[in-house]
Design a protein around this ligand. Structure first.
Ligand SMILES: [Fe+2]
Length: 201
């Protein structure tokens, strides 16, 4: 059945269909409309995250590692809402370690998340509450369901930006401190020209 713009009495409704507040360009990862929020992480924001801290400190601190843009239709913490966003993670290395996101768990461990890449080549590093850590290949078309109790981080192992869409709960929250203090159970390093997942402990 075709959607009808008629009201119960058969007359046309006075108002036209509303235009979406936000539009996206799927393959380029662009988001248009208002209000789109943005967070940029430069090398200066990622101290003590990479193994070779001296190498990080010697690089251009203004170099952008990744950028997240998202639409928050409801305030953070609102129960049951959803956020929609896109991350662009640049290619690069600190020493032998590939550029990656800070990584986090959700403050509310019951809140899950989806990731799906549209461009680039990466690894999704996941860690459970016993610190068991593993990697999943990320490439255009892979779909990743992140359980809320798993810490997650994305690593760009390619030569071009890794762009992935995400959808997560407005009441998921972020726990960055655990990762900042203890890290993940593995790192992704270049070994003989190829990415290798190396246990951290
Ligand atoms: Fe998350």
């Amino acid at each position: 059945m075709k959607p009808s713009l008629q009201n119960a009495e058969g007359g046309l409704q006075a108002s036209s269909p509303k235009i979406a507040k936000v539009t996206i360009e799927w393959f380029s990862g662009k988001m248009n409309g208002l209000p789109i929020q943005e967070s940029v992480k430069k090398l200066s924001d990622l101290h003590q995250i990479f193994l070779d801290e001296a190498a990080r400190a010697s690089m251009d601190q203004d170099q952008e590692v990744y950028r997240v843009r998202w639409w928050a239709p409801v305030p953070p913490g609102d129960e049951g809402g959803l956020f929609w966003g896109v991350t662009t993670l640049n290619p690069g290395k600190v020493g032998d370690e590939y550029f990656m996101t800070h990584g986090h768990s959700h403050a509310n461990r019951t809140r899950a998340e989806y990731y799906t890449p549209v461009s680039g080549n990466g690894l999704l590093i996941r860690m459970d509450e016993r610190r068991v850590t593993w990697a999943e290949e990320m490439m255009p078309g892979t779909l990743h369901y992140l359980r809320g109790e798993h810490a997650h981080r994305v690593v760009n192992i390619g030569d071009e930006p890794l762009i992935f869409w995400a959808c997560w709960g407005s009441d998921a929250g972020y726990d960055y401190g655990t990762i900042r203090e203890h890290g993940f159970g593995a790192r992704v390093m270049e070994r003989d020209g190829l990415p290798a997942v190396i246990p951290n402990e």
